[in-house]
Design a protein around this ligand. Structure first.
Ligand code: NAD
Length: 272
């Protein structure tokens, strides 16, 4: 079984690797023997994650990178290749929502600023597509590789308040299927593209929506989420690891073009 789920020596690029969910993936994959490149716009966060991995005996490098800038991605790829020689896996983790693109009593849908909507849509959708072009090209040419995208519950059914984020993650799920088929049909049957769809994990991008800034108590929205999660709680970042290990290893050798919910049952529950 350990051979089946092996990720040892794989060179794994993780965008948004300085963030809450992706740093947990980076640490776990490094522990399993993978060589990690932590790509993030926030170079301090990326360095902290890479340093943490190295001080626990793992292999990691931190690379400052903007997933919305192709030149920045190309130079990140060169940096990764100069250390690891190639990229076996790309995890497209950079993404998130923004307060300004979220409806609220102070922000009607009709007034949502175009710039904020575009920012969120671009970060999640283009921020997945552009790294897939840069690192995916190398995989297509090599005839081997794995891309793992990060979608969301709001891709299955939109969440209230977050119109741009919901649309963007729906696009990420759709693109996951599209690219899986496109690469198989045109380049290689051995490049797989899948996505995970995490349920609700309390992180910086959603803390303002799920908990009260002053008291830390659940907001009405936070309570509604818990009430609609059959397991009755938010997820822990570490609970993504098992599914990620499966999708990045030979255990999922015949799996491409799927989106796996990791959500404590949220997507299965109609609310009644
Ligand atoms: P996070 O904010 O902790 O991490 C996101 C990271 O992306 C940050 O380190 C940030 O610096 C980086 N980033 C932002 N813009 C970037 C850019 N242009 N280029 C490179 N890096 C950039 O968020 P998180 O909650 O850990 O989310 C990680 C992923 O999981 C996101 O795609 C998010 O949409 C998705 N997700 C989160 C949840 C949740 O409940 N937290 C649920 C479903 C999906």
């Amino acid at each position: 079984m350990s051979e089946l789920f092996n990720v040892r020596d794989k060179s794994i690029v993780i965008t948004g690797g300085g963030g809450v969910l992706c740093s947990a993936m980076a640490k776990a994959l490094a522990k399993a023997g993978a060589r990690i490149a932590v790509l993030d716009l926030d170079e301090v966060a990326a360095a902290q994650v890479a340093d943490g991995i190295k001080s626990s005996g793992g292999l990691a490098i931190a690379v400052k990178c903007d997933v919305l800038d192709k030149e920045s991605l190309e130079s990140a790829k060169e940096e990764v290749n100069s250390v690891y020689g190639r990229t076996d896996v790309l995890i497209n983790g950079a993404g998130g929502n923004k307060k300004e693109a979220t409806t609220s009593p102070d922000m009607a849908f009709f007034d949502l600023p175009k710039e904020a909507v575009r920012f969120v849509f671009d970060l999640n959708f283009l921020g997945t597509l552009l790294p897939s072009q840069v690192f995916g090209k190398e995989m297509a040419e090599a005839g081997a590789g794995i891309i793992l995208n990060v979608s969301s519950m709001c891709a299955f059914a939109p969440l209230t308040k977050v119109a741009a984020y919901s649309a963007a993650k729906a696009a990420v799920s759709n693109f996951t299927q599209w690219l899986a088929v496109h690469i198989c049909q045109n380049y290689s049957k051995d490049v797989r593209v899948n996505a995970i769809a995490p349920g609700f994990f309390l992180t910086e991008q959603n803390r303002f929506l799920l908990t009260d800034e002053k008291t830390g108590e659940l907001t009405d929205r936070g309570r509604t989420i818990i009430d609609h999660t059959p397991m009755g709680r938010f997820g822990q970042a570490e609970e993504l690891i098992g599914t990620v290990m499966w999708l990045l290893s030979d255990a999922a050798k015949f799996v491409t073009g799927i989106v796996v919910p990791i959500d404590g049952g949220f997507s299965a529950f109609s609310g009644v």
